[in-house]
Design a protein around this ligand. Structure first.
Ligand code: GLP
Length: 260
């Protein structure tokens, strides 16, 4: 794992967008894993602007989202399908048939989960997986005690996550069940890129990045991944012990020169 610290939210999101754009230019048929949440909104906005200004080409790109609520239709403004359509897909030249989210309305949810994993396999696996982090340390919707080898499955949301998402729904209406890629599914992607910004993520980032690997904090499993970059702003990095070392890497290592 490597941690990269940028001065503010905007520059952290820009770096993530630039890393995605670089991979997409190198491999136009990239299989891109996507995340939702407020943190990702500025990444998608940047990518959409790169499409408009620099013709960043999504025409061959395939995407798989981490998760979706059970029981919400794609047209529901609270669904992650709606979020993705609005924030990214309809703003770039992606073929909607190449965009995948679990179907939260499937009659047989377990079969839907199995088929989602099969679709990822048929596309050759995920090249680059974008991730946010929940306040309790989840990636996707892998709530505390999610097995580190778990696959796409139905999960019940913790009350902390329900509370965190209540603002989007109006208190009583947050769905309690979701379909989410498992921690094992996420760890199989070739590269992971986690973005966390703001002071509310500082404590959980310190635990996930520098603490022990534990199923209580599913993001800590990313320490097992061979190629995982965690991009932070100063606020989210404020409780890390080795932040001077991480800053030195970004400022000095040749790999980061083009992004400085
Ligand atoms: C939800 C999503 C996660 C996301 C998290 C953080 O739980 N399922 O994928 O990382 O929210 O959201 P935010 O960026 O709004 O803090």
């Amino acid at each position: 794992m490597e941690a990269i610290i940028r001065p503010n939210q905007e520059s952290a999101a820009l770096l993530v967008a630039l890393l995605v754009a670089k991979e997409l230019r190198a491999q136009p048929s990239l299989v891109l894993g996507l995340a939702t949440g407020r943190t990702m909104e500025s990444v998608y906005d940047r990518l959409a602007r790169m499409h408009q200004a620099e013709h960043l080409d999504f025409s061959l790109c395939r995407t798989f989202n981490l998760d979706e609520y059970v029981g919400l239709a794609p047209a529901d403004p609270h669904s992650y399908r709606y979020y993705m359509n609005e924030r990214l897909f309809r703003r770039v030249n992606i073929d909607l048939r190449n965009t995948h989210l679990p179907n939260g309305l499937a009659a047989d949810l377990d079969a839907e989960c199995r088929q989602y994993e099969e679709k990822i396999q048929r596309c050759g696996g995920i090249d680059l997986q974008l991730l946010g982090i929940g306040k309790a340390g989840h990636i996707g919707f892998n709530e505390p005690l999610s097995a580190l080898r778990s696959r796409t499955r139905v999960k019940a949301l913790s009350s902390a996550t329900v509370e965190q998402n209540a603002g989007f729904f109006g208190a009583a209406n947050v769905p309690r069940r979701v379909i989410t890629m498992g921690v094992g599914t996420i760890l199989e992607s070739r590269r992971c890129l986690l973005l966390a910004t703001g002071p509310s993520k500082a404590a959980i980032i310190a635990q996930a990045v520098e603490g022990p690997i534990t199923s209580m904090i599913s993001a800590s499993a990313l320490q097992l991944h061979g190629r995982c970059t965690v991009v932070l702003d100063e606020a989210a990095a404020s409780q890390l012990q080795a932040s001077d070392y991480y800053r030195w890497i970004f400022d000095n290592e040749p790999e980061w020169e083009e992004f400085r």
